[in-house]
Design a protein around this ligand. Structure first.
Ligand SMILES: O=C(O)c1ccccc1NCC(=O)[C@H](O)[C@H](O)COP(=O)(O)O
Length: 213
């Protein structure tokens, strides 16, 4: 099972998540986020992880100038589009930058999943996250979950990551109700917004291992 730890900001935490066996590490390029990093910082942090985990650049409705900067500076393995990018925009980004795309969707009700189906075959992977709570300026990284039973309506062949409010305490329940190809977590392995915690990271990986025995 793929595990993506998102919102990394320090070399110590990059080393910790690689040691735990993360398949993906995510860097956030969204100035309002407490996890925001500059492309140069992400590129330096990514050096220790390259070839061991996929480097994911997370953007929100980014324009071409920002994407070009990120792609040329960080050289990500994957671009995660976490805004309102259309199917056509996802296709264009894939073609223009030659990088696989994860398209994120905010889920609160069944119709949100139906809307995501238009991206199957265009995005390389879908990521289902919770709809941001009222008042939040962040489209992701809010530490809130959605009703996982909604995912039962998906065709079993759809490749998706589950995200939104996951942590060591609830991940077994999430895996009992869903069949994702991967998990994505940020707040659930933090001690404060934007501050990753090695003990919580280890506990999350341990909980996933236990749930999968
Ligand atoms: O994490 C952020 O601050 C963020 C900001 C803007 C867009 C996306 C963001 N995060 C994307 C992720 O992939 C998070 O891991 C995902 O939303 C889950 O977050 P959490 O519920 O905190 O585990």
């Amino acid at each position: 099972m793929d595990i993506k730890i998102c919102g990394l900001k320090t070399p110590e935490i990059v080393a910790a998540v690689i040691n735990q066996g993360a398949s993906h590490i995510g860097f956030i390029f969204f100035p309002k986020s407490p996890r925001h990093v500059q492309p140069e910082v992400a590129a330096t942090l990514a050096q220790a992880a390259r070839g061991k985990a996929k480097i994911v650049a997370v953007t929100v409705d980014a324009d071409d100038a920002l994407l070009e900067d990120i792609v040329s500076t960080l050289k990500p393995d994957i671009l995660q589009l976490h805004g309102h990018e259309s199917v056509a925009r996802v296709q264009t980004v894939k073609e223009r930058y030659g990088v696989p795309v994860i398209k994120a969707f905010s889920v609160r009700e069944a119709a949100d999943l139906d809307a995501a189906l238009a991206y199957v075959g265009v995005a390389d992977r879908l990521l289902f996250d919770a709809r941001a709570p009222k008042g939040s300026e962040l489209p992701g990284g809010n530490g809130v979950s959605f009703d996982w039973t909604l995912l039962a309506r998906l065709d079993g062949s759809i490749d998706y990551m589950l995200s939104g409010g996951l942590n060591a305490e609830n991940v077994a329940a999430a895996l009992a109700q869903t069949a994702p190809a991967g998990l994505d977590v940020s707040s659930g392995v933090e001690s404060a917004p934007g501050v990753k915690d090695e003990t919580r990271i280890a506990a999350f990986f341990e909980a996933v291992r236990k749930a999968r025995i």
